[in-house]
Structure formats: structure tokens, C-alpha cells
Design a protein around this ligand. Structure first.
Ligand SMILES: O=C(O)CCC(=O)C(=O)O
Length: 253
């Protein structure tokens, strides 16, 4: 069953990103409660919590691998309309590859220009979305994207982000979202975001999908991520959230 219009699918094909309205108000309010609840989960569970130091003290910046432990999130990200929308964009049945919440609480850091694909293993094509849990604005560090630039992996710096001379040459478009809006983007779409300079939190949920024909790879992804993270020599000046060094947050010491 298609949930996206031809217009959305065509726009995604042209730009490598598209904004959709897929969630009703009740779901958005529920999602806000769920994210507030997950933020209180302890660090010693089977999910992955990450923290950063901000000018206002240590804050949670990310939780990953939470759908097995939260029935509502499982239903929303692995069974419901979002998987169907990902399938519309992929042109074939989709399956969840990974999921994360980026909290970007007030004072939280931004992300350097990057493509997600270099951090994702086993398949070349993934589709992600940013589900705005709170309104996402230029002031609180919304995503900024580059249109029509998702054909290939771009030259990278030594931490896997887009080389700065190339990133500087792009036209970056802020994708401001209302709470509940969903920004879909290809895993090779260049994106970045600034810090949260506002007094309000900017929480967002990011599920990533791949074509089911390539396999249900979620468990393998998290095993591989743990193994590779253990090998990465981080400079110590930023928190290593991912297999690339895109996150600019300071470690909590
Ligand atoms: O949440 C953000 O501000 C950007 C997140 C991002 O680019 C990422 O997690 O790869």
C-alpha cells in the first residue's frame, strides 16, 4: 500500500530529500512522551546511550537500538506507515536498518557536513528520515541539506566527513520542520546541522531503512558498529557517536 504521493517520490528522486506529513497529532504527542521516557533509560541497558558536555553541563545526546525494548516505537518504526513510505521511496519492500534519537538539548552540538553512507555497512542504498519530535529551526540546529547531490560518495577528510573545500562549495538549504513532520533523505545526501543555540530542546528521531531484498541487517549492523567503534582512535575532543566523526559534541570527562 502506497502512503506517499507520486509528487513526493518524484521530488525525492530529483533532490535526494523530501518533507512529508505522515503523523497525526495524537501520534506526535505520544512520540514526545516516548522520547522523554527513553531519555531517562539508564546507561547500562542493552540500548546505546551517549552523552555530551554542554555549556549547561552534561546532557544526553543520543540513544540508539531502542525499538526491541519499546513496543510503541517498534510499531511506529518497524511495522506502520513509515516502513511503507520508505518502501515507496526505495521502490520495493523496506526493512529497518537502524534507529537513533538525536536529542540536541539546549546547548547541544551540531554535526559537520557528511553523507551517512560511509558509516553504514553491508548495503549501498539506505533511506533515512528525520522525524521532528520538537519544532526544528535554524536557531535550534535543524538539518541543512544539499539538493541533487546523492549520486556518489564525495571525497572525505580523515574522519569520514565531506572534505571542507567541497562542503564550502555547496548550497546548503535549511530544512525547518514542525513537530511531527518527516524529512526523508538518501544516505548519500550531504547534510549538516548547527548547535542548539536556543533555550528549547530540539529532539529528533532518525530511522534508517534498506531494501528487504538486501536482507534484514539490523542486528548485524549493531554488532559491526560495536566492533568497529572499539577500534576507532578518537582524538578525544569530540564524542564518537558513529563510525564517522561527524558529531561535534564535547566528551563528558
Ligand atoms: O540531528 C542532527 O542535527 C543531525 C544528525 C545527523 O546528521 C546524523 O546523526 O547523522
Amino acid at each position: 500500500m502506497s502512503v506517499l504521493s507520486d509528487h513526493h517520490v518524484d521530488t525525492f528522486g530529483r533532490l535526494g530529500w523530501v518533507v512529508t506529513d505522515l503523523l497525526d497529532d495524537t501520534t506526535v504527542r505520544e512520540l514526545q512522551r516516548w522520547v522523554a521516557d527513553i531519555a531517562t533509560w539508564p546507561d547500562d541497558g542493552p540500548w546505546l546511550n551517549y552523552r555530551e558536555m554542554t555549556d549547561f553541563g552534561p546532557k544526553i545526546c543520543r540513544t540508539e537500538n531502542f525499538t526491541p525494548y519499546h513496543a510503541g516505537m517498534y510499531q511506529l518504526l518497524r511495522v506502520g506507515r513509515l516502513v511503507a513510505a520508505a518502501a515507496d521511496l526505495l521502490g520495493e519492500p523496506a526493512v529497518l536498518y537502524k534507529e537513533k534519537i538525536n536529542y540536541k538539548l539546549s546547548g547541544g552540538a551540531g554535526f559537520a557536513p557528511h553523507q551517512d553512507a560511509p558509516a553504514y555497512r553491508f548495503v549501498d542504498t539506505h533511506i533515512s528520515c528525520m522525524i521532528a519530535v520538537d519544532p526544528s529551526t535554524t536557531m535550534n540546529g535543524c538539518l541543512e541539506v544539499v539538493s541533487g547531490m546523492y549520486a556518489e560518495i564525495l571525497p572525505m577528510d580523515d574522519v569520514g566527513c565531506i572534505r571542507s573545500d567541497i562542503a564550502r562549495s555547496f548550497l546548503w538549504e535549511p530544512a525547518e520542520l514542525q513537530a511531527g513532520q518527516v524529512l526523508w533523505f538518501h544516505s548519500r545526501t550531504p547534510h549538516r546541522s548547527g548547535p542548539n543555540l536556543s533555550g528549547q530542546d530540539r529532539r529528533a528521531l532518525y530511522p534508517t531503512y534498506n531494501a528487504l531484498s538486501e536482507g534484514d541487517l539490523r542486528d548485524r549492523y549493531y554488532e559491526q558498529k560495536a566492533a568497529e567503534l572499539a577500534q576507532i582512535k578518537n582524538s578525544g575532543s569530540t564524542v564518537q557517536l558513529s563510525l564517522i566523526g561527524d558529531f561535534q559534541g564535547r566528551p563528558v570527562t
